[in-house]
Design a protein around this ligand. Sequence first.
Ligand SMILES: Cc1cc2nc3c(=O)[nH]c(=O)nc-3n(C[C@H](O)[C@H](O)[C@H](O)COP(=O)(O)OP(=O)(O)OC[C@H]3O[C@@H](n4cnc5c(N)ncnc54)[C@H](O)[C@@H]3O)c2cc1C
Length: 495
Amino acid sequence: MTKRKNVAVIGGGVSGLAAAKAFDERGHRVFGFERSHDFGGVWELSRSYPDVQTQSPKDLYRYTDLAMPGDYPEWPKGTQVHAYLHAYAAKHKLARLFQLNTNVVSMDRRQDGLPGWTLELEAAGNTWTQDFDFVAVCTGQFSDKNILTHPGQDAFTAAGGEVMHSSEYTDPALVRDKNIVVLGGSKSATDIVVNAARNGAKSVTLVYREPVWRVPYYVGGINFKRLLYMRAQEQQFNGWGGTPLGKAMFTAFKPLIWANFRGLETLLKLQLKLKKWDMVPDVPIEKDASCSLPIVTPGLFEGFEDGSIKPIRGTYDRYENGEVVLTNGDRVPCDVSILAVGWKLGVPYLAQEFQDKLIEPDGQYRVYRLAVNPDLPDMGFVGFNSSFCTILSAEMIANWLVRYADGKLAKQPSAEEMKKNIDDMLVWRRTERPAAKVYGGLCSAPFHFRHFDELLSDMGAAKVKRSNPIAEQFSYPDADAYGTFLASAPQYSAG
Ligand SMILES: Cc1cc2nc3c(=O)[nH]c(=O)nc-3n(C[C@H](O)[C@H](O)[C@H](O)COP(=O)(O)OP(=O)(O)OC[C@H]3O[C@@H](n4cnc5c(N)ncnc54)[C@H](O)[C@@H]3O)c2cc1C
């Protein structure tokens, strides 16, 4: 009989909901803690910038047992994703498991000598501690803002200028008749410049360091999910491990793979007119492809074309006399400076001795299957990894993690096996595939199928692929199919 555990789930975003459902379904007592007043994480309305929409098409951004509503567009808006997450929580009665407005302040091993962790919690000015047998960390990669300051900022704000993080840009009224400068080249930066240009800004400037490959929603008129999200594409990247035969095949097909990626680059250069904007990246696309590869915000290149958005390659040096002075000497008039400079990766509430076991000196994370570390027992991560289909990925890992916690994986790994795998993956990232080092190595793209295959195999699923080999090879990860694969894994109940 599997012992019923008290399980803490930290975070009430996509991943926290997936984890709460997976542990609750197996019969564990789930205690969810979300510091905000609402579920949704990055999709929670007070944190989302206007017009935010998904990068993933809607059938790639969903749980296995709940499709997004048929009347949602192919790339749903933030408000729609938020409503969808609420619908999922309602379907599985997850709200009863969560305490909202409750912050996890610290997390350390239990003082009573039992396995598990003690969380220090804080809500409405009260703090208390609570012991748990297992903790699912679901606080994602977007919880602690990167804060940048530049010389002259105090004088700039004292004179009425505004400086904010991209997540604080929640009201387009803010940009009307103002000179807006956005620093960053990621999707949030491009979303904000397009939104500002459409909402009456006097001028909009995008300041970015280096050009990166960006993928439009439609490549050559075809929805990118039909071109880029398939096993056949994934196998063209140099993945980890592999059999000698697989490696030999990869070498034999190298010229074809090379031609395929050059073709894709040519298409992108022509479609987006990258040369005209001096935005052709130096790095081959196959070397760059990872979770940091942004989707083109609709309206971005059109904004360059009609002059409503001015792209400048460079970075900030200082603020001076109502202007941003760039390192190349350019001066850009500025009333509002929006810093789309991302988030700090980490688990700041975890006791330092465990952070040291989790994070290598070069910032790479030591996590097996992107979920657990053998030196951090009785805990695991859900959604710690970025992905191009994060909801499905979180659900797959949550189902794996509950079995791991219960010792119910068909291939329950020993500490030694996990350590060896982690070390091998670190070597692969550092030497063979540097793009995989992005976000501390916590990115499963473009190897979604490979990652899911491993998780399902560990779980002992009887079915891990669609019966139609053509569909399996040439179409995107199908959430309905993954629902049936998960159901084919051995089931059990705790308690
Ligand atoms: C603008 C934007 C667009 C995106 N589009 C896509 C997309 O199209 N496709 C895709 O796959 N991914 C996309 N992503 C990535 C996105 O982050 C994930 O898809 C997913 O929403 C992450 O969910 P999460 O639950 O793991 O983390 P989060 O959504 O960050 O949720 C973490 C939760 O933990 C809570 N929390 C943090 N610290 C504590 C604490 N100490 N105590 C209690 N609670 C805490 C936070 O309040 C938050 O609610 C996008 C991200 C952004 C920002």
